[in-house]
Write a protein that binds this ligand. Structure first.
Ligand code: SF4
Length: 450
């Protein structure tokens, strides 16, 4: 949590010796609070003060990274309970579980399917984030073999799941530089698992399985051994216990600044449900509140796409909608006599309209007005999508330089602007398009004459 200059000042020697280059300790404290100078520039700081300041400067929820630099998952680091307070920054990683008890070929086929899955949403590409490999067979050699094969086939962030330190050691040696999450330190094995995580520079999951109190105790033991990158498994698996525990953990970390709970959480929605649909719904709940890594037992595009969409929505700044750059966009291969349709720069609206134009028989020009990322009706109601703005955009983007006509198709919801727009754009013919983008193709077929 950030400290104010006055809070930092309380830890300083208050001798105003000027060695740090500032005339007073208070001036120095203010600069430290602004993060323009490091606290270590004061040579007279006591060890206790240094430790207190460093500990206060740590985020309330540790940011934990797993995976190599080329492909990694960063989770935690959140500072608020609710996304209307401030953006959630680090979306949960969605990883697919593989069990070493299944035939290797079957697992590798699954890895290839998952690795080949890619979906576009509002101009961005999304994929699954990695794999959780479980030592379900209890055979350390089979576990290490699967880890090696996955690391070679699709090097991506991994969760290695075994309660046996020997099996974990062999698997970590095969994971190379992938820096997997070691799952998990328990009351029985925490000392060995801690040593392994430290030796390989990996984050470590801690699982107590019987309530947050025991989990906190175990986390403190692990942290005392020098592990900073910790992931919590509070043990709750069904809808209610998962929601309760994840909310309690977030509250304890943010509101009570309770360090042992200040880490991201791993969840296993497939273990609390009995079918694919339920697993997907529970995973959705955990995307919203407050998972860091979600291990899925099932994989299919029909599970992944809604989860990826939900995740995108939850982890987008609500005050800054995803926007397109305003401008004139060619859709298909438009010519001088092609239609010019008007829309807003809210990404979702843009892609809905562009998609329909693309699949219509009419290559078109799409004029995207700056509505500060608002959709058609919201922008109109807020006074950000009116005749004046559309007319201004028509001139700014030099529409007449691209087409040989003076006709615009405006969204059906803006029919009320037609007269005003014809006044603003003297000589232009304003066509009121359909209310829904899906009807654009039919509309152009009936009404557009090149
Ligand atoms: S060096 Fe330390 S004690 Fe001296 S003025 Fe700066 S902050 Fe104060």
């Amino acid at each position: 949590m950030s400290m104010t200059g006055v809070q930092i000042y309380k830890f300083l020697p208050k001798t105003n010796c000027k060695i740090c280059g500032f005339p007073t300790c208070l001036a120095f404290a203010m600069k430290v609070a602004q993060k323009s100078i490091a606290i270590t520039e004061c040579p007279d700081l006591s060890e206790e003060s240094k430790m207190a300041l460093e500990s206060a400067a740590r985020p309330p929820i540790q940011l934990v990274t797993m995976g190599a630099d080329e492909k990694k998952i960063e989770v935690g680091g959140e500072v608020v309970m609710f996304r209307h307070e401030k953006t959630f920054h680090h979306p949960p990683g969605l990883v697919i579980r593989l069990k070493d008890s299944a035939p290797l070929e079957e697992n590798l086929k699954r890895v290839e399917t998952v690795a080949g899955y890619e979906v576009e949403r509002v101009g961005m590409m999304f994929t699954a984030d990695g794999f959780a490999i479980e030592n379900d067979s209890g055979d350390g050699a089979a576990f290490a073999k699967l880890v090696a094969a996955v690391a070679e086939t699709a090097p991506s962030p991994l969760v290695l799941m075994s309660s046996q330190p020997d099996a974990m050691k062999a698997a970590l040696e095969k994971a190379g530089t992938l820096r997997p999450l070691v799952y998990a330190a328990t009351a029985d094995n925490w000392s060995d698992m801690t040593e392994l995580a430290k030796a390989h520079g990996c984050p470590l999951a801690v699982a107590a399985g019987d309530g947050l109190e025991n989990l906190a105790g175990l986390v403190e033991q692990v942290a005392d051994k020098g592990i900073e990158n910790i992931v919590l498994d509070p043990g709750g698996r069904d809808y209610l216990s998962s929601l309760t525990q994840l909310t309690q953990i977030r509250r304890l970390a943010l509101k009570n600044n309770f360090r042992p709970m200040g880490y991201p959480v791993i969840t296993f929605p497939g273990e609390g449900t009995s079918n694919t649909e339920d697993e997907s719904m529970l995973a959705g709940q955990q995307v919203a509140k407050y998972a860091g890594i979600i291990v899925l037992d099932h994989f299919s595009p029909s599970i992944m796409y809604p989860l990826l969409t939900l995740r995108l929505n939850i982890y987008t700044d609500p005050q800054k909608p995803i926007q397109m750059q305003p401008g004139l966009y060619p859709i298909g291969n438009p010519k001088e006599d092609s239609p010019v349709c008007v829309t807003t720069n809210f990404s979702l609206t843009y892609f809905a309209v562009a998609g329909e134009l693309e699949s219509s028989a009419f290559p078109s020009w799409l004029m995207v007005c700056d509505t500060e990322g608002l959709s058609v009706l919201t922008a109109w109601a807020a006074g950000k999508f009116d005749a004046e703005r559309i007319a201004k955009a028509t001139k700014e983007f030099n529409i007449t330089g691209s087409v040989n006509h003076q006709r615009l198709v405006i969204p059906g919801h803006l029919a009320v602007l037609r007269g005003e727009l014809e006044e603003e754009l003297s000589g232009w013919d304003i066509l009121v398009g359909p209310r829904e983008a899906v009807d654009l193709g039919t509309f152009l077929k009936k009404r557009w004459k090149g």
